[in-house]
Design a protein around this ligand. Structure first.
Ligand SMILES: [Zn+2]
Length: 344
């Protein structure tokens, strides 16, 4: 797969390709940005492009089909090491903790010593450049980060480390300061929904998924298209509730709160919808909406509610989301949210 398959990251990909073309790769990169926007794919592509033997190599790209490209994609290239959480590597048969210990959700110091240090202590086997890709880098515990620091301070020749992280704040400052930051941006909704359409999604579901995914193609692809329709209906219903009919909205809270995931995703979608209501309030019919299917409801709400009231509703939804994350009862969280909406 060539770099062109990474969508919406022209800046990040452009800077990497420029470094490849100059033959001037940095010894350590930190790919930061939301989950599911192409950071991991870019790390693999960088290793492939630097070692590609196909026709794409001349253009600072990867062909995806030659021997090195294929071996790197399968994790079988001796000069390209992919480091992940113990549990993931154990599942893939690539790691076994010492003394029969249960593999953890972290990247531990033994992995750095036995996989990274040992590999880098040997000479290159077949490739032009060696790579260590740590993904997710924030899974390294403090001891593991400190062990990796030595390598970052005195990197071996012809070696590039790529740390991939959706929460780089979890890394030690000493690690971050030794890496060249390559920021990956959230993807625009249109790119996410276009990709979902190309995957065969229904247009309405693709739009809702893109709005919910917050710029992460990975998250959008992980959503269940059928469940989304249920969420969209739940939002439509909430938006249509009559403030005077307490029986109706208590019933709504009970139904939409029947399970935690439904309640949480309904709240997340309500935030997206309230943003649309604000946008209509400001820009009228010219507003670009994340949920065009709910445009009539958004217009009606924008007419009925001044912006401060919309913002208050948004605060109530955020409170409900916090309660849900802290294991609050879903129906109760929604009920309180609606009381706040209608009687706050
Ligand atoms: Zn190739």
């Amino acid at each position: 797969m060539p770099f062109a398959e990474i969508i919406g990251q022209d800046r990040a990909v452009g800077s990497l390709r420029a470094a490849l073309a100059r033959g001037a790769l940095h010894h350590a990169y930190l790919f930061g940005g939301p989950a599911g926007v192409g950071k991991g794919a870019a790390a693999r592509l960088l290793a492939q492009a630097a070692n590609c033997e196909g026709p794409a190599a001349a253009g600072a790209d990867a062909c995806g089909a030659c021997g090195p490209c294929t071996r790197i994609a399968r994790g079988l290239h001796p000069d390209v090491l992919f480091l992940a959480e113990e549990r993931e590597m154990a599942k893939a048969g690539r790691w076994e903790p010492k003394g029969g210990r249960t593999p953890s959700k972290e990247i531990v110091v033994d992995q750095i010593r036995e996989l990274v240090d040992r590999r880098l202590g040997m000479k290159r086997f077949e490739g032009r450049r060696r790579f260590v890709v740590v993904d997710p880098a924030d899974a390294m515990n403090v001891q593991a980060q400190n062990a990796l620091l030595k390598t970052l301070e005195e990197p071996p020749d012809d070696t590039t480390l790529v740390l991939v992280s959706s929460s780089p704040d979890g890394l030690l400052a000493t690690i971050k300061s030794r890496c060249l930051r390559v920021p990956f941006a959230p993807l625009p909704d249109e790119l996410v929904s276009a990709r979902l359409l190309a995957e065969g999604w229904e247009p309405a579901a693709a739009r809702v998924a893109a709005a919910l995914a917050g710029g992460s193609l990975g998250r959008a692809l992980g959503l269940d298209a059928e469940a989304l329709e249920e969420r969209r209906q739940a939002v439509e219903e909430a938006a249509s509730l009559d403030p005077a009919d307490a029986g109706a909205w208590l019933g709504y809270a009970a139904r939409a709160g029947k399970d935690r995931d439904l309640a949480r995703e309904t709240c997340e979608l309500l935030l997206v919808w309230l943003r649309d209501v604000l946008a209509v309030g400001v820009a009228g019919d010219g507003a670009t909406l994340a949920l065009p299917d709910l445009a009539p409801l958004s217009r009606r709400a924008a007419e009925a509610l001044p912006p401060p009231a919309v913002l208050r509703r948004r605060d109530r939804v955020q409170q409900a989301l916090r309660a849900l994350r802290q294991n609050g009862a879903p129906a109760l969280a929604l009920e309180r949210m609606l009381i706040g909406w209608f009687h706050g």
